[in-house]
Design a protein around this ligand. Structure first.
Ligand SMILES: Cc1ncc(COP(=O)(O)O)c(C=O)c1O
Length: 405
């Protein structure tokens, strides 16, 4: 690309994320993305710190989750907002769940978008109406605002977001405390009343119940078992059949490890009346295992008995690796790609980032001493690692994003 120094090419501005499709390798279909990227890095260069996403792996995980559930699966964009990767899933996905203005802006032209946020304001309402999304209503009064904002325009039938405490109302003893999302049964009754009083302007499509991240093992069966009664109750209040229910998900990064749970779960889903279209939604269950984080060792040193390798990426680019929210911090070990043979005795080395945060320790390596130029490849970093983060600190370099496969 030609570039006049006075007019630098847009994609090479300092600090701008670099996004490129890199058909890395025709590796075996079962090769893990981290392994494939580590092999690739032996002979090729990537601009670190960076994320590499394996699109084929994301598609495979999405279709496998859809098959394991036997329902539509909405992609929770928040887990990985990379547009290029999102486009690669376009031909397989049943729909998308967006939760913010920016997410809606990115995906407004896609079919079957669900807008789900407890903090929908007038601007977001109007944008959602314009984009013809399905609104997931977090509290009853939002319906009045929706009706006013819509004016004469048609709105897709809405879903009511039910809080997990509604499970107790249909006889499920889950011991789940209320979080701040959605409504209890009293709120749901009020919402249905408002819908009925809207003279047909707003219709009730169904409900949405998300038990929280990682909740599938704990709450999945209770939600599926409660769904027929919840549908019946809402249909009685509304006086007409529901069309859809989103039973949430809360699937872990490696949900596929528990195949038996899915078989049992599918049996429960069979009791849900067939006129209701079922959805689940997932973020980490699709994206986590398809992405890796790569950072280079810049310098190494000893501090007392401790061996430290300072890297060009850390807490600022891959927040979750630092595990600041985890009371039992178990640092992860990346693949190490060495461009030169290792020197020195094996040693335990802490991998630290380039911020001045004491918590900026993202991994630990037990092996031959690291050297500047060595690359650290962390598996399972495709969901939330970059976005679920503190505000950019020190103006440090943004991670690049590559989509492969
Ligand atoms: C309503 C809702 N749906 C789905 C998700 C995605 O969760 P996960 O990535 O754990 O699948 C979230 C995460 O915050 C959420 O709030």
């Amino acid at each position: 690309m030609r570039s006049d120094p006075a007019f630098p090419a847009a994609d090479r501005r300092v600090g701008a994320p670099v996004t490129a499709v890199t058909d890395v390798v025709a590796a075996p279909a079962d090769g893990s993305p981290a392994r494939r990227v580590a092999e690739f890095l032996l002979s090729e260069e990537l601009d670190t710190p960076c994320y590499v996403y394996d699109a084929a792996r994301a598609i495979q995980r999405y279709t496998a989750l859809q098959a394991a559930l036997g329902t539509g699966v909405l992609i929770s964009v928040k887990a990985n907002p990379n547009l290029e990767l999102g486009y690669r899933l376009e031909h397989v996905r049943s729909g998308l769940e967006v939760a913010s203005w920016k997410e809606l802006n990115n995906w407004a032209n896609s079919p079957n978008v669900f807008l789900n946020s407890p903090a929908v304001d007038r601007k977001l309402l109007r944008a959602g109406i314009g984009a013809n999304v399905t609104f997931v209503i977090d509290e009853p009064r939002l319906l009045q605002e929706l009706s006013v904002a819509a004016g004469g325009r048609t709105i897709r039938p809405v879903l009511l977001r039910l809080n997990a405490v509604t499970l107790a109302g249909v006889g499920m003893r889950t011991g789940t405390a209320a979080d701040h999302f959605g409504m209890d049964w009293e709120g749901a009754r009020e919402a249905v009343k408002l819908i009925r009083g809207s003279a047909g302007k707003i219709q009730l499509g169904g409900f949405h119940l998300f038990g929280g991240s990682y909740s599938f093992t704990r709450l999945g069966s209770a939600i599926a078992a409660a769904a027929p009664e919840m549908i019946a109750r809402l249909e009685t209040l509304y006086g007409a059949p529901l069309r859809a229910a989103n039973l949430g998900g809360g699937f872990s990064e490696h949900w596929e490890d528990d195949a038996r749970a899915f078989a049992e779960y599918r049996k429960l889903l069979r009791a849900i009346p067939p006129h209701v279209t079922l959805y689940h939604e997932s973020g980490r269950g699709i994206f986590a295992a398809c992405g890796v984080f790569v950072t280079s060792v810049v310098r190494t040193k000893r501090v007392g008995a401790r061996s430290v390798a300072a890297c060009d990426g850390g807490i600022a680019q891959a927040f979750l690796l630092a595990q600041t929210e985890n009371p039992f911090r178990r640092l992860r070990s990346p693949y190490i790609v060495r461009k030169t043979p290792p020197v020195g005795d094996p040693i335990v080395t802490d991998l630290v980032g380039s911020s001045c945060n004491r918590a900026d320790v993202i991994g630990r390596v037990d092996g031959p001493a690291l050297q500047p130029g060595d690359l650290c490849v962390f598996a399972d970093c495709g969901a939330y690692y970059n976005t679920y983060t503190v505000a950019p600190f020190l103006g440090l370099k943004e991670p690049s994003h590559y989509v492969i496969g």
